[in-house]
Design a protein around this ligand. Sequence first.
Ligand SMILES: *Cc1c(COP(=O)(O)O)cnc(C)c1O
Length: 359
Amino acid sequence: MSTHKHYTGLIERYRDRLPVSADTRIISLNEGNTPLIQLQNIPRLLGKDVTIYVKFEGLNPTGSFKDRGMTMAVTKAVEEGSRAIICASTGNTSAAAAAYAARAGIKAFVLIPEGKIAQGKLAQTLMYDATIIQINGNFDQGMALVKEVAEQAPVTIVNSINPYRIDGQKTAAFEIVDDLGFAPNYHCLPVGNAGNITAYWKGYKEYATDRVCNNRPVMCGYQAAGAAPFVAGKMIDNPETIATAIRIGHPQSWESAWAAQKESGGWFDKFTDDQILAAQKMLSQYEGIFCEPASATSLAGAMQDIVSGTIPEGSTIVCTLTGNGLKDPGSAIKQCAAAHPVTIDASLDAVKRAILDSL
Ligand SMILES: *Cc1c(COP(=O)(O)O)cnc(C)c1O
């Protein structure tokens, strides 16, 4: 008999730790099981003796970590008899909701801020055939509307205020500990609505309580300078950043994110759009890993705190790369405009000259 086991998604893998029963129909696209990649060149460039891994969540089925939460949220929505789901989104939640709704055969409604979601995310959401409701407003306004409308219409909210989202997303912490054999000393991630920092902390605590590992990381939450309510210590009204996935001023998981920071002895910090884009480019250029701008905020933060010594040498650090760079081709092409490819004659001589010129 074959012992081969086909990977069928995070609910199957961690079903003992998730709210499903033997009868639950699982809505999955084989999400999770993403690679934990050790950086080889950036630590050397920083001149520090640290071990940095990136958890590349951009390799999930719809290209972001949102799939982890969505497999759980849609599985439970279907189990509870729901025929439609709804979310407000900066792009990735809508792509994930639309895909899992398609898989389940139910309807998805997504509220997005007009003109403020990256092109790849819009393309996905259209293809998966969600009903897109564009609003003249930002994510926070969309979120408030979704909460109101769900009280009056038969739709299940699948934003991270849905506790099943957090349950699904905590499995990323399980995977990291299962890969390393221990929890990292520091876990760095971008913070927008703050569901993910909440979920990771829940996962790490659960594993430590059950003695799967005997340590827990310090949680470092990094925000965009124009959308940094946790750094300001209060909600803000007009968030602005090129990292559209974290363009949020009123995070829904406010209390639980503060709990993660306090209980873990961690901190919040903020970075300018230029710092975020520089980290995104470094990761691509020196490691061959292309994430979206918001995701690179985790690395921007880790690099700063490693160089300053706030994260000491000898540490093992994990940075979550929340989404795939292909989600937002526009910002990447704009950033690399100076390196715009030149066009030459289609002749051997011209191509040879072009190669020799840049060696
Ligand atoms: C959703 C998202 C975030 C922010 O995660 P929160 O749970 O809202 O804090 C960061 N990066 C990307 C790419 C995202 O899609």
